[in-house]
Design a protein around this ligand. Structure first.
Ligand code: ADP
Ligand code: MG
Length: 699
């Protein structure tokens, strides 16, 4: 039977249409006002919404509700309460009040707070976010919420994200007013994240402690074949994978997540999924849900879905491209180069705002994507370099050049542009060429921030991006606000020229993977924050703290707490990796290797007895080689063990993070390098876990 997809889409979501049908008209209007204009929600409205939500949820089989939030773990959290309310004579009714909808009080003592919330004051609050729709999953009504402390500090990723959306809207509206756009009351940031992932057989997964505990393989020699044939990229989908993707699409559609694109990626067993873009807040919620559902549906199909940035050494890791743009409440995309001159002036101003933002706050953008997992990708010639730069494409680049030099510019189609005189060509959407090595590329009518790791919540990078661009716009507004109307065009062009001249160092159109670029970037004075500990101080750097406070994104306390959480998260991740590797070596790899050495030795002795020396000679060489590897691996593991003990005693600060990066990571690499030379020499069946070959080529 054919499924009715439009009917299926959003069938588990408390949509606007259901709200309109179920709520009294005045209540619906009041709620809409809150959602569209960010106004305060009255309790009687909340009560009416709660009744409607509960009715709909119960009709659709829900028995519980939960305040769904995004603590600093990077995952989502939920605590379920049932709707039941005991009444007389041992009976119950299904009940849900406005107060329960609006505010929750989970016991929050175990969520990371970076010292904000002392354990004696463990209370945390969740507050309903009416801008992201509620939905039903597994018999529970999910209510998207923000999570904060008793004293109002944000303990989550949603609160600062909503604040950053407010900030950029506020500043953009002010600038648009100067340009004569009086009817714009609201500017939204839009995001479409492309999500990469690996699928391997669940039985293989269950045999690898490293995948279970750390998400990536800590040992493993390459298979005879890797990704060098490029035969997986966009290749046809294997039946089992196609069935998974089909099921996944449907599950996500039910939740109103508009997934659209799916294909095989470069590495074997690697795939990608992308939704149609949405406003940032909803895109963030949807991406968190997508990652969760991807894993669940995988289990149903006998797969494990790996979201780690680098599950396998030697083949591409997984990233997430954050496509980002700005659009007015009238539906105009502010990063669309546009057809008419007036729009182009506006486009150039917003383009300049992004250029300035990326140059001034490249350190924050870098920080926003830094993690132990992503350290394996950035700068490793498979993902953008750790140096943040921007790619504009040939056409825009010529425009920028011409503006800077006050020249007339003509492009290939012989469209002339007079810079001061606002005649710019319309850029067809697909004329921006592709530069896969650029971390931040203009792609037609949006920017694509490509440095994100696959498991990352996209909240962080968008908070940074929104705030940095809000800051540029706010500085632009200050410069333009006293300009008379008839001089505005000229003033805007002067400002665009000034901005481009000052910030063009951030623009780079060449190959980001080369050493020349690293050297050139250093000459230009760009940040090259190679690893997570190098990037972390950006969060509490003076200039950045000032900006966050100015736009009311984070308080100083919130920043300090987030800085501490980041450090802790980083060191804990590497600590778990170190312990897991030690465990695998001691309990699995070393004993397996010794078993093989013993079997070989027995076999040599047996041959000696029979007077056969030919094979015994080569076997003896092999035993010597393996025995040396055994010794080296065990010694390297002892060193890792000692260093981990040292690390454990260190205070939780940036030096500890550096120690993990410099010492522990390199200890782990030393072990792996030696162990991986032995793996191809060990016959199948000795190691208790599957090899790369078995995991990656038999799905
Ligand atoms: P790619 O060629 O980079 O693989 P895809 O088509 O897979 O591109 O993904 C592009 C993403 O960009 C999609 O999620 C799409 O919805 C999103 N996108 C398109 N326009 C905008 C916009 N104005 N704002 C934000 N995201 C957008
Ligand atoms: Mg992309």
């Amino acid at each position: 039977m054919e499924k009715n997809i439009p009917e299926l889409f959003g069938s588990s979501v408390f949509t606007d249409k259901i709200m309109r049908d179920k709520l009294p008209n005045d209540m619906y209007k009041a709620l809409r006002k809150t959602i569209d204009n960010n106004t305060h929600l009255e309790l009687d409205v909340a009560n009416a919404v709660a009744v409607a939500m509960k009715e709909w949820a119960v009709e659709n089989g829900a028995t519980h509700y939960t305040h769904w939030f995004q603590p600093m773990t990077g995952y989502t959290a939920e605590k379920h309460d049932s709707f039941i309310c005991p009444v007389d004579k041992g009976e119950v009714i299904m009940d849900f009040s406005g107060k329960e909808l609006v505010k929750g009080e989970p016991d929050a003592s175990s969520f990371p707070s970076g010292g904000i919330r002392a354990t004696f004051e463990a209370r945390g609050y969740t507050a309903w976010d009416p801008t992201s729709p509620a939905f039903i999953k597994d018999g529970t009504l999910y209510i998207p919420t923000a999570f904060c402390s008793y004293s109002g500090e944000a303990l989550d990723k949603k609160t600062p994200l909503l604040r950053s959306m407010d900030a950029i809207s506020r500043e953009a509206v002010k600038v648009l007013k100067l340009l004569g756009k009086d009817d714009v009351t609201n500017v939204l940031t839009t995001v479409g994240p492309e999500q990469e992932y690996f699928l391997i057989d669940i039985e293989d997964y269950k045999k690898r402690k490293d995948l279970i505990f750390t998400g990536r393989t800590l040992l493993g020699a390459p298979a005879p074949k890797g990704q060098e044939m490029d035969d997986h990229y966009f290749g046809n989908l294997r039946t089992r994978v196609a069935a998974y993707m089909h099921d996944l699409d449907e599950e996500l559609w039910k939740l109103g997540i508009p997934v659209k694109t799916k294909h095989n990626e470069v590495a074997p067993c690697q795939h990608e999924l992308a939704p149609v873009f949405d406003t940032t807040n909803i895109a963030v919620d949807h991406n968190q849900l997508t990652m969760e559902i991807m894993k669940k549906v995988a289990e149903k199909h006998g797969f494990a879905c790996l979201l780690h940035e680098k599950p396998f050494a030697g083949i591409n890791g997984s990233g997430k491209h954050n496509n980002w743009s700005l659009s007015t409440n009238k539906g105009e995309n502010l990063l669309n180069p546009g057809k008419t001159p007036g729009e182009n002036t506006q486009f150039l101003l917003f383009l300049s705002a992004v250029i300035q933002a990326v140059d001034d706050y490249a350190d924050l953008l870098r920080l926003s994507v830094a993690s132990a997992g992503n350290d394996h990708r950035l700068g490793a010639n498979e993902a953008p370099p750790a140096i943040i730069s921007m790619f504009l494409g040939d056409e825009l680049n010529s425009v920028i050049d011409a503006i800077e030099k006050d020249e007339y510019f003509s492009n290939a189609e012989k469209v002339t542009i007079e810079t001061g005189a606002k005649v710019l060509p319309h850029f067809a959407k697909d004329t921006t060429d592709r530069n896969r090595t650029s971390p931040f590329a203009f792609t037609g009518n949006k920017f694509e921030f490509r440095s994100l790791g696959s498991s990352l919540s996209i909240a962080g990078p968008n908070i940074m991006l929104n705030t940095a661009v809000a800051e540029s716009l706010s500085l632009f507004y200050e410069k333009l606000k006293d300009t008379p109307k008839d001089k505005m065009d000229e003033a805007v062009h002067a400002l665009v020229k000034e901005t481009i001249t000052k910030h063009k160092r951030i623009i780079f159109n060449g190959n980001g993977y080369t050493q020349e670029w690293v050297d050139e970037a250093a000459k230009r004075g760009l940040y090259n924050l190679k690893a997570t500990p190098d990037a972390m101080p950006a969060l509490i750097a003076d200039k950045n703290v000032k900006m966050f406070i100015k736009h009311q994104i984070y308080t100083e306390t919130e920043l300090q707490s987030r800085y501490e959480i980041r450090i802790e998260n980083y060191t804990k991740t590497l600590h778990i990796e170190a312990l897991t590797l030690k465990d695998m070596i001691q309990k699995q790899f070393a004993p397996a290797l010794m078993d093989y050495i013993d079997d070989l030795t027995q076999s040599i002795l047996a041959k000696k007895e029979l007077g056969i020396d030919a094979a015994a000679g080569t076997q003896t060489e092999l035993v010597k080689k393996l025995a040396k590897i055994y010794d080296d691996v065990v010694k390297a593991t002892v060193k890792l063990d000692e260093d981990t003990t040292k690390a454990e005693k260190m205070e939780e600060d940036i030096d500890k993070a550096k120690f993990y990066h410099e010492v522990i990571v390199s200890d782990m690499e030393d072990i792996r390098t030696v162990a991986d030379t032995a793996e191809p020499l060990i016959p199948e069946g000795y190691l208790p876990y599957p090899t790369y070959e078995q995991m990656l080529f038999y799905v």
